[in-house]
Design a protein around this ligand. Structure first.
Ligand code: ATP
Length: 412
């Protein structure tokens, strides 16, 4: 894990939040490569969950909502974790994650009490200011817009509303790098079905499978993925049934997506009906940050001293890197620049002319760039370049004119 954290910092994937002021626990900043990785994850999710389907539409609701939303949804009462505090060192822990003694100093722990995870904010310029909450899950924005979506589009049940956005939880113990943060991003689908057990169970199984296949289609190792059903006593307050997709992280099997049967919990709490009934909801709720972390972990390989990030090309921050063979031959640099500019409109392309070619390959392997294009003396004669593949290290020659279609074909 330390190797992943250090690679993320060194190469600009993820930095500790507000680092120059000593950081802030549970907050992270995504650097130039991290933002690309995260955007690619979100793009692929949106493509598969919205664009490639007839029965799902998108939404982008506000982060801060009328606080009555959170009263109605039960979050102000039930969105809690059990908190214990060490009587000696006063460190705080989640009671369900520690034993009888303080893991830091062995001291005695207090009785557990419930701790609400919603983050409060205060709005307006006159006292008393209006108390509101940063959303603890992005879901509620979908429910409160259910009627707006039904009335403004041609959706018919069964159908879904997809959303991607930030959520905030005042976690007691943020940790394991970005795994448990206080600010994070979710990608969620709320899928509305008629209120029948058969129908709900069928869609629950269907979405479980679709979501697992999405991770596999982006190259995640099958043997590191599993489903785990929640025991009744660990289910969230809204869930009739819940299963997680878990990943075998360096710190154990961990949830990175939840599939929930929310029944009519939310719509009935908001007094929303469709025709003469209250639809049930099957939800798929994935964390963008956890997905980014687990895609990075899964892609990390070492070959002797060399690090290769075998990210799926669709997720890789850069698809292609372009190099002139040497930096001190203007005709090579000029030609390489031409190839670079030719590829840029359709692909995210990196440029590198520092050091020797071997070092440049390694630097690109380490950030997961799937293909490197080198412009050499032969290019000046026949307009062909070498394309080196990250995973096989094999090189092949291609015509410059064919490069875009070659790479775009591989990215389909
Ligand atoms: P956990 O049991 O790990 O606290 P949860 O069951 O409360 O998670 P959900 O409420 O089901 O999580 O949230 C759906 C998804 O949102 C999770 O699967 C995860 O990917 C993401 N997520 C939830 N909490 C966090 C967090 N603190 N940091 C990063 N991602 C999170």
């Amino acid at each position: 894990m330390e190797k992943i954290v250090s690679l993320c910092k060194r190469r600009g994937f993820i930095f500790p939040g507000s680092e120059i002021y000593g950081g802030l626990q549970g907050f992270w900043d995504y650097g130039p490569l991290g933002v690309e990785l995260k955007n690619n994850i979100k793009k692929e999710w949106w493509k598969s969950m919205v664009y490639q389907r007839d029965d799902v539409v998108g939404l982008d609701a506000a982060i801060i909502m009328n606080p009555q939303v959170w009263e109605a949804s039960g979050h102000t009462q039930a969105f809690t974790d059990p908190l214990v505090e060490c009587k000696k060192c006063h460190h705080r822990f989640r009671a369900d994650q520690v034993g009888d003694k303080c893991p830091d100093c062995g001291g005695e722990l207090t009785e557990s009490k419930t701790f609400n995870l919603l983050t409060e904010v205060y709005l307006g310029s006159t006292e008393p200011k209006q108390k509101a909450y940063l959303r603890g899950e992005i879901t509620q924005g979908v429910f409160v817009n259910f009627k707006n979506v039904v009335d403004s589009t041609r959706v018919e049940i069964p159908f879904g509303i997809a959303q991607i956005g930030k959520a905030f939880r005042n976690e007691i113990t943020p940790g394991n790098f970005t795994f448990r943060s206080r600010e994070f991003e979710q990608m969620e689908l709320e899928f509305f079905v008629t209120p029948q057990d058969d129908e709900a169970n069928r869609w629950f199984s269907y979405w479980k499978q679709i979501r697992l296949e999405w991770y596999l289609s982006l190259g995640m190792s099958q043997d590191k993925l599993r489903f785990r059903e929640h025991r009744p006593d660990e289910r969230a307050h809204y869930a009739r049934k819940a299963e997680d997709i878990e990943y075998q992280a360096p710190f154990g099997w961990k949830e990175f997506e939840g599939i929930h049967h929310r029944g009519d919990w939310d719509l009935s709490r908001h007094h929303i009906k469709h025709e003469d009934y209250t639809p049930w909801v099957i939800e798929t709720s994935a964390g963008v940050d956890r997905a980014a972390l687990f895609f990075l972990t899964d892609a990390y390989f070492e070959d002797q001293k060399r690090v290769i990030l075998k990210l799926h090309p669709k997720l890789a921050p850069y698809k292609v890197a372009v190099f002139p063979l040497v930096a001190n031959k203007p005709e090579l640099v000029q030609k390489a620049r031409m190839v670079f500019d030719k590829l840029r409109p359709t692909l995210r392309v990196a440029w590198d002319d520092r050091g020797n070619i071997g070092k440049r390959y390694y630097a690109q392997d380490e950030i997961g760039t799937p293909w490197c294009v080198t412009i050499d003396y032969q290019t000046l004669g026949d307009d062909t370049v070498t394309v080196r593949d990250r995973d096989t290290a094999q090189q092949e020659r291609f015509k410059v004119a064919d490069l875009d279609s070659h790479f775009l074909g591989l990215l389909k």
